[in-house]
Design a protein around this ligand. Structure first.
Ligand code: UD1
Ligand code: CA
Length: 458
């Protein structure tokens, strides 16, 4: 079996996400601030899943209800209240840790760049060394407030000292604690009770397990990683930097998979978006949510597409597309708005200032100029004239409009729903259609009435 694919199903992951995140200056819990459209805590949950670990346990506290709602059933949660430090957080999770799981992995809810590869390296070196405790350290440009890694003459880690408690000599240490740990479960469960609260503020430091292990001469191991992977997000400036980094990661992946981005720095694509090869994305484009875009499309400039499925060879210029399904060879824009439930079949043309909601437009249908279609089922090769409006709302309820294949809706037609227009029919310019129109019938006027000419010549 490929080593990379080994599942770590004996690993119980605990994600610490209860902290307040004071420096965000926000009513929203820190771990729910989004990066590339995903709440931060979601990255940790996905990291656990990506190595095949057991369903994670998330320690929640600050804004617990909101965090719980965002997590849904993707993880178990335990409440930490009050929040008395990282050691206290893991103590709250203890009862949920299955003693039969070989390894406990601790991740943070505010460290979204940690890769599966790095977690695997930590677990591999941990198991190979038969350690009771292993951790990821790194050597940042500025060690700032991170916990300092203290090693003995033999290079063994003997302590982690928080910046505010460190001596000047210790503050000079460049190697710091990422906070990402793994433990032999049996050892961890037997040692957690040894953690003592700090005098004064009463916090329990998870990092104290390092010196306890060292005192017992138990085996420990470290592995290192790039600063970029363990960046913690603490304030809005770091959040923006993280957003930029994540954007670069996503955009690079897409470009290497065959998508052209004219200006990646100004192209905003969320983590859950897929795009087929030979598609071309112009700047000022935002692709969000669960959006899938096919091959050889041209999107932008200044398009926003959210939660939509787009086929192949589709062109979208400066338009807003939300919750829509768009088949192949459609062109849209500039300045149109497709809303939830818009379904455009193959070859549809949408021009400017068109709005479509909860409506299907059949193959080859054209809606070229300022007009509104709502709650409508429209056949193939229909022409929607400029200024057409489905009057679908009577102030209380929405009503449907249907239009058959090959029908020609004249400019400025008002379709007062509920109303059915047959196939190969025609409405005259300015018609106010209050009654159904038969196949091949031409209606015009206010209110619209059938013309003497019964059949539209095509
Ligand atoms: C911690 C480490 C420090 C390390 C740094 C890396 C300790 C004592 N210190 O410091 O050595 O360099 O992370 O970023 O462990 N949390 C809870 N409950 C709490 C407190 C925190 O769940 O009571 C969670 C937070 O939501 C966060 C994580 O634990 O996801 C880290 O907490 P934070 O307060 O940011 O720790 P640091 O002081 O940065
Ligand atoms: Ca932190």
């Amino acid at each position: 079996m490929n080593h990379e694919e080994t599942d770590h199903d004996n690993v119980q992951c605990v994600i610490l996400a209860a902290g307040q995140g004071t420096r965000m200056k926000s009513d929203r819990p820190k771990v729910l601030h989004q990066i590339a459209g995903k709440p931060m805590v979601q990255y940790a949950i996905e990291a656990a899943a990506s190595i095949g670990a057991r369903r994670p346990i998330v320690v929640i506290g600050h804004g617990a209800e909101q965090v719980q709602n965002a997590i849904g059933d993707r993880a178990d949660t335990v409440l930490q209240s009050p929040q008395l430090g990282t050691g206290h957080a893991l103590l709250q999770a203890r009862a949920k840790i299955d003693p039969a799981a070989e390894t406990v992995l601790v991740l943070y809810g505010d460290t979204p760049f940690l890769s599966a590869e790095t977690i695997r390296r930590l677990l591999d070196s941990h198991l190979a060394a038969q350690s009771v405790l292993s951790l990821i350290t790194f050597t940042p440009g500025d060690p700032a407030l991170y916990g300092r890694i203290v090693r003995d003459a033999g290079g063994r880690v003997v302590d982690i000292v928080e910046y505010k408690e460190a001596t000047p000599e210790q503050r000079a240490i460049r190697e710091v604690n990422s906070g990402i740990f793994c433990y032999q479960t049996r050892w961890l469960l037997s040692q957690l009770d040894r953690l003592q609260p700090r005098a004064g503020h009463g916090e329990y430091y998870l990092t104290d397990l390092v010196s306890l292990a060292a005192q017992d001469k138990a085996r420990t191991a470290t592995c290192s990683c790039d600063e970029a992977e363990v960046l913690g997000i603490n304030d809005r400036a770091q959040l923006a930097a993280a957003e930029r980094l994540m954007r670069e990661t996503i955009n690079t992946r897409l470009m290497l998979s065959g998508v052209t981005l004219i200006d990646p720095a100004h192209t905003y694509i969320e983590a859950g978006v897929t795009i087929g090869p030979d598609s071309l994305i112009y700047p000022g484009t935002h692709l969000r949510g669960k959006t899938a875009i096919g091959r050889a499309c041209t999107i932008g400039p200044n398009a926003m597409v959210e939660d939509s499925t787009i086929g192949d060879r589709v062109e979208i210029v400066a338009s807003l597309i939300e919750g829509a399904t768009i088949e192949d060879d459609v062109d849209i824009g500039p300045f149109s708005h497709l809303r939830r439930g818009a379904h455009l079949c193959t070859g549809v043309h949408i021009g400017n200032f068109a709005e479509v909601k909860d409506s299907t437009l059949g193959p080859g249908t054209k809606q070229g100029h300022f007009s509104y279609l709502g709650n409508a089922a429209i056949g193939a090769n229909v022409n929607i004239g400029a200024g057409t409006i489905t009057c679908n709302y009577d102030g209380q309820r929405k009503h449907p409009t249907t239009i058959g294949d090959n029908t020609f809706i004249g400019s400025d037609t008002l379709l007062v729903a509920p109303v059915n227009i047959g196939h190969d029919a025609q409405t005259g310019a300015g018609a106010v259609v209050t009654h159904d129109v038969a196949d091949h019938e031409l209606v015009y006027g206010v209110p619209a009435r059938p013309a003497k000419r019964a059949t539209r010549n095509e």
